[in-house]
Design a protein around this ligand. Sequence first.
Ligand SMILES: Nc1ncnc2c1ncn2[C@@H]1O[C@H](COP(=O)(O)OP(=O)(O)OP(=O)(O)O)[C@@H](O)[C@H]1O
Ligand SMILES: O=C([O-])CC(=O)C(=O)O
Ligand SMILES: [Mg+2]
Ligand SMILES: [Mn+2]
Length: 858
Amino acid sequence: MNSGQTLSRFLRESTGQNTLAGTPLASVLEAFSGAAVRLSSQVSQGRQLLSTAATSYNASGEAQQALDLRANQLFISALKESGLCRTLASEESQELLTLNKDAPYLIAIDPLDGSTNAESNLPMGSIFSVYQAPAKEDISKMPFPAGKEQIAAGYFLYGPATMLVFTAGHGVHGFTLDRTTQEFHLSHPGLKIPHAGSFYSINEGYYSLFCQGTKRFIHYCQYPDYETGRPFSSRYSGALVADLHRILLDGGIFLYPASSKYPQGKLRLLYECQPLALIIEQAGGRATNGTMRILDLQAANQHQRTPLLTGSASLVTLAGKIIHPALKANLDINNHFFMKNLQANTLNLSYLGFPGSQSYHYQLPVEELRQHIVAGGEGRLSNHGVLAVSTGKFTGRSPKDRYIVQDRHTQDTVWWNDINIPFSPTAFNFLYNKMLHYLQTRTVFVRDAFASAEEDNRISLRIISEKAYQDLFAHNLFIRPAADTENQPEWTVLAAPGFKADPALDQTRQANFSIINFSRRIILIGGSGYTGEIKKAVFSVLNFLLPQRGILPMHCAANLGKEGDTAIFFGLSGTGKTTLSADPVRRLIGDDEHGWSRKGIFNFEGGCYAKTAGLSRQNEPQIWQAIRPGALLENVGFHPDSDQVDFNDTSITENTRVSYPLSYVKDAADPSTGPAPRNIFFLTADAFGVLPPVARLNMEQALYYFSLGYTAKVAGTEFGINEPQATFSHCFGQAFMPLHPSIYAGLLGDLISEHQPNIWLINTGWTGGSYGTGQRISLSYTRAIVHAALSGELEQAGTGLLEIFKLEIPKSCPGVPAEILDPATAWTDKEAYRQAAIQLAEKFRRQLSSILQKTDND
Ligand SMILES: Nc1ncnc2c1ncn2[C@@H]1O[C@H](COP(=O)(O)OP(=O)(O)OP(=O)(O)O)[C@@H](O)[C@H]1O
Ligand SMILES: O=C([O-])CC(=O)C(=O)O
Ligand SMILES: [Mg+2]
Ligand SMILES: [Mn+2]
């Protein structure tokens, strides 16, 4: 074997095809190989077997073995010495490192891949990737271009023998280290990966967390078939380099797919997937994330993850097809969906099946809508010139009548249950045509708008409504386009309160319905005039699409402090998101629906939808002053014989509302975005009076309360029931979350560990006793608590531990009597508190075990 050319000769003397010799790139490879030879001898000494204590954590939160750090140092100093590396991205370094300012290369490394194998004396590797540095660098941006721009990539494999496999764009070469001479010798010139193969490599321990498609592909590998040589053999060592090396030599497929634990897979794009993808492609194989070529991707941040499917070309292609009719289709809609240049189209609505003669109003200004609303008898004007309408029979959402069309986009991705209720595509088409028929005989209102303040993740909407007030709502709540586009938007909402389904014929539960169709990108809302259905249907669409792009969608409010610090407020309906985010000393980002992306927090909406029951100028000044002409009140009562709204009149519903554009809120942030939150509040209105007014949560508790989504309401006052009712709704909004809760919790967990915000649990409900004995915590106390948390004062206060719940509660808070901070002392009957607390804890326990059970069965 040692007869092969040495690496040093290969890098110094050009022969035939080898154009590398003598170039600066060859010097980089020499630097790498020098470091790897040293690392190899350290690894082979087995010193790591004697000391394996994890010393610290890397940027992705994994334990770093001392060996990792040594490997990192070895490569860094070798590169520094070479003088050729300008910027280095290392898995073991949180930030990009600048090594030599004017050097020609950008380099990415995983210094020691599979380092947990060290303890067990199993193989490990190092991976590297080289790019030409740009002539001029924009230091505000990630400097690394797409993976296809790599000029060289390679890996070292520390197995029984140490190998180097690399490509500089002209084929792949393998060298083996001769330990006596410390020289690499060319042992595998011109490596080619077999077109097919009979090995598959995947962490099957995560089987239950994989999507249906991935499970299907695993079954494919396992199922006997003479022609393809199945069942395939499974090989998985836990060291990516080792597993991939076998696939490169013998053929087969390596997969690290998305799972509910790692929605983006676990491998890093920049220093693992892209270099390996270049090698595999150069050897004639393929590497994708399921649908897209890895080399076409560009890392948006240094430690970005991606799913990876790589190996023999025929198998990777097949796996993509088997795994994803569903994901592929979803990515298709995403691409289509977020595409910027919408196809030009004159507004004749015929693309939707409306007749050419359809009568409509397009983007009417508010003033004209006002006339339609009043003239059409939909509502009246208050003495302050604010429209007030009645939404009819429905004054709230009807989650039991919310359906999702079950098709290739949703089949394997939606978490089907009694909230995400499947609807057949055929029944949808039938109902759609019936609705078109109904609307054809009317003059419809057409509104074009956007959802999402972050432009890259924006969807365009066309809302076609039967009623003028629905159109005003759409104008107030969604993001208003700068100019009329007259293009064909991606999503269409048909909203017709007067249209009633026939359950026997239309496969609905009753006459009203809200149905989302991801293939046709249409939402049908019928039989209900409640406007919340429109906004929450669009919210559900984003809640389905955005996690696939690694973005966490949230049922929360958000605002910005003077220092530019974001706070977000999660909570179920009625727990105080809108109320507490309306804060005169902070700038409102939004009151109900946001996304959390790499760039930070962004509102999905362009307006607010506030509860008005009991509203007063003193308690809620910001909301009060937003109720002016253009705002739309729903289901409020009036003082007798007057045009003055009575906000205490809840005779139509407790859920009286007002919608208004964000511009009506003084000092609202524009655009409605902010950096990653410094403080996160979980709001819960505990009518049992058991939870403390405020507690500080650790990461584990945060995910626990997020998964529970607890609140307790006073049961329907009409029926005279005095017992509070516990409500659980995962992610504080399960009615709008089409995917499995673990996907949202996983994203939140990742974001929390990355940004380390303070997390607070706030009880906006009862204190000093349950509903009946105690009273609701005054809004001014809750505001004082929120302010103390935001100013850092709460962190300074001493803390105690609340029994049973193990919650860390502050002992004092400016503006709040100390007695109420500990709920046990707030109750006069201590034993009654203990009993109530035990009962609530038991409810939590039961709820959590039911979630876990559902997860297991799934
Ligand atoms: N201590 C308190 N903290 C917060 N809100 C309180 C408190 N006491 C009473 N309230 C009242 O509770 C209601 C909270 O409703 P709010 O509109 O803020 O809910 P939300 O979380 O925005 O719900 P939705 O998702 O339905 O919009 C308001 O009417 C508010 O006046
Ligand atoms: O959607 C609605 O009707 C109002 C709201 O914000 C919620 O219920 O969370
Ligand atoms: Mg609200
Ligand atoms: Mn809401």
